[in-house]
Design a protein around this ligand. Structure first.
Ligand code: HEM
Length: 211
C-alpha cells in the first residue's frame, strides 16, 4: 500500500481556500440578488439556498470578512511555493506543454492538463481579488476601475465572471484528481490516504513517457 501524503502547508492552504471560496461565492450571490447584473431586478437570480448572509448587509459583511482569508491565504501559498520550490512539481513545465502537443499517452496528458488547470485557478482567483478591490475602494484604487475602461458595469461583470470560471475549473480539477488518483487522492488533501498502487501526481509523474 502506498501512503498518499500532502504537505501540511498545502492542506492548510487548500482547506482555507475551500472555506473562503464557499463563503465568498455564497455571500457574493447574496449581494448580487440585491442588484442583478444580468437582466435587471426581474432578471436571473440564484436559488436562495446558495446565498449566504440573509440580506444585503449580511452578505457584504461575510464577503469582506472572507476576502481577507482568501487574500492572505493566497499570499502565504504564493510565498510557500516560491520558498519551498514546490511549484516545480505542481505547476507546468516545458515538458507538460510538449506532452500536450505531441503525447499520445492519455495519463501523461491528464497530468499536464491538471497542472495547467491549477494555473488557471490561481490566476482566476487573483483576477477576482483584483476586480473586487476595485469595487471595494473605487476612488483610492481608481486605476483598477480605469483598467476595465472606467465603466462600473464592466467592472461588476469582470468581478462576477471569474466566479463562474472558478466553478468550471474546480470541476475540471476534481475530475482530473479522480482520473489520476481516484478516491484515495481526493481523500489525501484532507487526511492521509492509502492506495494499492503508486499512480499519483505528487511524485515522479514527469517521468511518465511523453509519447
Ligand atoms: C475552487 C476550488 C479549488 C481550488 C482553487 C483548488 C486549488 C488547488 C491547488 C492550487 C492545488 C495544488 C496544491 C499544491 O500546491 O500542491 C490543489 C491540489 C489538490 N486539490 Fe484542489 N482546489 C479546489 C477544489 C478541490 C476539491 C473540491 C477537491 C476534492 C474534493 C480538491 C482536491 C485536490 C487534491 C486531491 C489535490 C492534490 C493533487 C495532487 O496531489 O497533485 N480540490 N488544489
Amino acid at each position: 500500500m502506498f501512503r498518499l501524503h500532502q504537505k501540511l502547508a498545502v492542506r492548510i492552504f487548500h482547506g482555507c481556500n475551500l472555506l473562503a471560496l464557499w463563503a465568498m461565492i455564497g455571500s457574493g450571490l447574496q449581494i448580487y440578488v440585491a442588484n442583478p447584473v444580468f437582466g435587471g431586478r426581474g432578471g436571473l437570480t440564484p436559488p436562495f439556498f446558495l446565498c449566504l448572509g440573509g440580506w444585503l448587509a449580511g452578505g457584504r459583511h461575510l464577503h469582506f470578512f472572507f476576502m481577507w482569508l482568501l487574500a492572505v491565504n493566497l499570499l502565504c501559498y504564493g510565498l510557500y511555493l516560491l520558498i519551498s520550490g514546490h511549484w516545480r512539481r505542481r505547476y507546468p513545465s516545458l515538458q507538460d506543454l510538449k506532452a500536450l502537443s505531441f503525447s499520445h499517452n492519455p495519463k501523461r496528458r491528464t497530468y499536464a492538463w491538471h497542472r495547467l488547470t491549477l494555473v488557471g485557478l490561481i490566476l482566476t482567483l487573483c483576477l477576482s481579488l483584483y476586480t473586487g478591490l476595485g469595487m471595494y475602494k473605487p476612488v483610492q484604487l481608481s486605476w483598477i476601475v480605469d483598467s476595465v475602461g472606467g465603466d462600473w458595469q464592466a467592472l461588476r461583470i469582470a468581478h462576477f465572471l471569474p466566479m463562474v470560471v472558478i466553478v468550471a475549473l474546480a470541476t475540471a480539477h476534481v475530475s482530473h484528481i479522480f482520473k489520476i488518483g481516484e478516491w484515495a487522492l481526493v481523500q489525501s488533501i484532507f487526511f492521509d490516504a492509502y492506495r494499492p498502487k503508486k499512480a499519483i501526481l505528487s511524485e515522479g509523474d514527469r517521468s511518465e513517457p511523453v509519447s
